[in-house]
Design a protein around this ligand. Structure first.
Ligand code: AMP
Length: 416
């Protein structure tokens, strides 16, 4: 079923949202992007004449009740955003009555699902290598099913709009879907947009396709790099991982970030790119600093000839120019991970150049997807959010989707 086709009139909809919003020390929301992201789905259901049972996790309470992670803290914000008073069920597994009493247009929010270990379905307090772990895991899986069944019993249909947790096989993100038939479960609008965005860079590619991979480490990006190798025309590698490649190639990298155990893998990536005809671009010049600080002394030098007492902090001007040219010629763009230590303004110029090039390419008709934590923060810092095609809301989920993995939250609904 799709959300557009479903008529929610008189229906109770159990909606998995991602309201894992950042809070300050007084429990006030510091960024409400996730709440705003869910609004199109929630408003459609209410406009149809349905009622809402909202469920989410917040933080990592590890299966125990912890007021610090109570969703009660955000009930007022959700009410404001929706323009409807939101009732609160203080125990998500004991909300039968509150759910049964819901009337058309009313909204009930359940307490943090992760106050129950059944949500994540992992045994708590038993080490993975303990002899009793396997049995405990089996029992927990059974308990997870019961928990999901209880949640399902509250509603007539299930909507998953929580892309941020779609890569997890949790009670509320995947298992609960087993208790609804295909006609009564669907993705929300946010999820649909994320799925479409991933599809645009994995299957619906307009060429040339340029992927920019930055960030700190090669180790966390290998899966994506490998999957993209069969798809992209240009693969730009920048950020801290540059120096693992430079060292593998015999370069001098001074104090730069390096993962010595990945040197041979870096060479494999280069070889693979050559074999597949991918234009892999490394940053040839770097801005190198004498210490890890914004006000450090900085000079530009070749990325493979860095003085012993300096570290690569950003891509240099030649690389900025070369990368920008390739990006501007692209018709499909994926950006994950900053080009340098962008948190320090003095080393953010490389990431800025990339962000501006992506904005220009998008203006010229390219499709651009920005995803995975820090590149999103970077594009937002530059106020270029509305000049790219799509900014993903999912960190880990997006990365896994781009690695080519099937996400349990999506599979549970689409039956893949
Ligand atoms: P990731 O989570 O792997 O995408 O990495 C993001 C982090 O990489 C950011 O916090 C950046 O500061 C960091 N980063 C980018 N370039 C460098 C670099 N040349 N040296 C050290 N850290 C870097």
């Amino acid at each position: 079923m799709t959300i557009d086709k479903y008529n929610f009139k008189g229906q109770k909809a159990l909606v998995r949202v991602d309201f894992n919003t950042p809070l300050d020390e007084n429990g006030h929301i510091t960024d409400d992007t996730r709440i705003r992201g869910a609004l199109p789905t929630l408003k459609k259901i209410l406009a149809d004449g349905g009622s809402l049972i909202l469920m989410s996790h917040m933080g990592k309470p590890k299966g125990k009740v912890n007021p610090k992670f109570s969703l009660k803290q955000i009930v007022g914000d959700v009410s404001c955003a929706l323009g409807v008073d939101v009732a609160f069920a203080p125990d998500c597994a004991k909300a039968q009555e509150a759910a049964a009493n819901l009337k058309e247009g009313e909204v009930l929010m359940l307490e943090n699902l992760r106050f129950y270990p059944q949500e994540e379905g992992k045994p708590v307090g038993i080490e993975k290598d303990a002899p009793e772990y396997e049995q405990a895991k089996k029992e927990m899986k059974q308990a997870q099913k019961e928990f999901a069944k209880t949640l399902a019993s509250y509603a007539d249909c299930y909507v998953n709009d929580a892309f941020g947790t779609a890569h997890r096989k949790h009670a509320s993100t995947a298992v609960v879907a087993d208790y609804f038939d295909a006609e009564h479960k669907m993705l929300g609008y946010l999820m649909e947009k994320e799925v479409e965005a991933v599809n645009n860079v994995l299957n619906n590619i307009r060429r040339p396709f340029t992927a920019i991979m930055g960030g700190s480490k090669v180790s966390t990006k290998i899966g994506i790099i490998n999957n993209l190798m069969d798809k992209v025309d240009n693969l730009i590698i920048c950020g801290g991982m540059t120096y693992t490649f430079m060292k593998a190639l015999g370069g001098k990298i001074g104090q730069s970030l390096c993962e010595d155990e990945y040197l041979s893998l870096a060479l494999d990536i280069l070889k693979n790119a050559k074999e597949k005809g991918v234009n892999l671009m490394l940053c040839t010049d770097s801005v190198v600093a004498d210490r890890f600080a914004n006000d450090a002394d900085a000079i530009v030098c070749p990325s493979n000839n860095i003085p012993d007492d300096r570290m690569g902090m950003d891509i240099g001007p030649d690389s900025r120019q070369a990368f920008a040219k390739t990006i501007e010629e692209a018709k499909t763009i994926l950006w994950n991970g900053p080009a340098g230590v962008f948190e320090f303004d003095n080393f953010a110029h490389g990431s800025e150049a990339i962000a501006h090039a992506i904005a220009r390419a998008t203006q010229n008709g390219a499709y651009s997807l920005i995803g995975g934590g820090d590149s999103v923060a970077c594009i937002n810092k530059l106020n270029l959010g509305n000049q790219v095609s799509y900014i993903s809301t999912g960190g880990g989920a997006l990365l896994e989707a781009i690695e080519g993995k099937i996400l349990p939250g999506i599979a549970a609904i689409k039956g893949e």
